[in-house]
Design a protein around this ligand. Structure first.
Ligand SMILES: Cc1cc2nc3c(=O)[nH]c(=O)nc-3n(C[C@H](O)[C@H](O)[C@H](O)COP(=O)(O)OP(=O)(O)OC[C@H]3O[C@@H](n4cnc5c(N)ncnc54)[C@H](O)[C@@H]3O)c2cc1C
Length: 335
């Protein structure tokens, strides 16, 4: 690992002004970089593997962002709250999609260290991005190509990608957050703003080198999560029953009124270069009488046009089945 210095900040203003370059968005940075570190469970791996070697880390784990507040149908979660703390918070007990997206992720040890802010900003697990001995990676070295397209691509994305980059977005929590219409509160040198989680990440087919829309020095301070008047659930399909990233996942929030889908919101994981909001499926479902045939039609519409390479051909079908199964479980519609 390259030598680095570490600075601890204890107020949000100081944190923002300590990071003045574009390091959050890009991996290819020199030792002049300064980046935030929270739980460190992703950031330190990237540094150890030589993927990203910033000269300075700004430790934000002691910022006063460790509270969960529940008021008037809104959960406000500090970015430094750990995944384990949020999963066991009483306000989350009835919000299955949120709780399960946290508990089905990583391992208990990681969830005790990892923060929710770091989780939604974690970088892709693409093996070629994470191996600096591989020269072709448009995310790590813009313009160099994509080794995954002709490599081992079983775990890669099929939505929001093209031949320039098929890296998959890895966060389970972010998939639940898009289905909950959650927002992030940001604070940076230019002041504060709020961004929908669905608009936070940048699709690989738009710009593979840029992971998110954060400006230099911008910090996530809180998640704002509206509590829906609806049932919800998170289904994660993976190679092992625990401690594994999603091959596919579906976060569903839905409310039936007299058998009609009065509200439906869907996030898909394991298939997109970003946490994927399934708006095409939602458009098929909204306002219509729930049935298995309708669920099939919606899931098919969402996966149409998926970009596949050798190794990912199975993914649209698995994603389709994952979504239909989760729509069925959340609505309890069986015919
Ligand atoms: C073996 C393993 C298995 C895993 N399995 C899963 C899984 O199944 N599902 C899943 O969702 N995740 C999984 N993860 C990822 C894990 O959940 C993330 O590493 C963790 O959530 C990151 O949080 P952190 O606080 O440690 O972030 P850090 O590593 O400290 O930071 C991550 C990134 O976010 C930036 N950052 C952190 N906080 C902020 C903030 N508040 N504002 C702006 N920038 C910030 C940092 O600069 C860094 O770039 C796994 C990780 C490992 C190592």
């Amino acid at each position: 690992m390259h030598p680095f210095t570490i600075t601890r900040v204890d107020d949000v203003e100081a944190a923002g002004s300590a990071v003045t370059n574009d390091a959050i968005a890009r991996a290819v940075q020199g030792p002049d970089d300064t980046v935030f570190i929270a739980g460190g469970t992703t950031q330190l791996d990237l540094m150890r593997d030589g993927v990203w070697s910033p000269g300075t880390l700004v430790d934000i784990s002691r910022l006063p962002l460790g509270e969960v507040e529940a008021t008037d149908g809104l959960l406000v979660v500090g970015a430094a709250v750990t995944m384990a703390e949020l999963a066991r918070h009483p306000a989350v007990a009835g919000l299955d999609v949120l709780r399960d997206s946290l508990l089905l992720a990583a391992s208990p040890q990681l969830r005790n260290m990892a923060t929710v802010g770091g989780n939604v900003l974690q970088r892709t697990r693409c093996r070629y991005f994470r191996d600096p001995t591989v020269p072709q990676c448009n995310k790590r070295v813009p313009g160099s190509g994509c080794a995954a397209v002709e490599g081992t691509a079983r775990t890669h994305a099929v939505l929001g990608v093209d031949a320039g980059c098929i890296a998959v977005h890895a966060s389970d929590l972010a998939v639940a957050l898009v289905a909950l219409d959650a927002r992030v509160r940001l604070h940076g040198p230019g002041g504060g703003r709020t961004v929908a989680v669905a608009d936070l990440h940048v699709r690989a087919d738009v710009d593979p080198a840029r992971d998110n829309v954060l400006a230099p020095g911008e910090l996530i301070t809180h998640l704002e999560i509206p509590v829906p008047h609806a049932r919800s659930g998170y289904l994660k399909v993976r190679d092992r029953a625990s401690y594994e990233f999603a091959l596919t996942s579906a976060a569903v929030v839905a409310r039936l009124e007299d058998g009609v889908l009065a509200h439906v919101a869907i996030g898909l994981g394991g298939v997109g270069s970003v946490p994927w909001r399934a708006t095409r499926a939602e458009d098929v479902l909204r306002g219509r009488r729930a049935s298995l045939a309708l669920f099939e039609e919606a899931a098919k519409a969402e996966l149409e046009g998926a970009f596949m390479v050798p190794g990912t051909e199975f993914k649209p079908e698995l994603a389709r089945r994952t979504l239909v199964r989760q729509l069925r479980d959340v609505t309890e519609v069986t015919a």
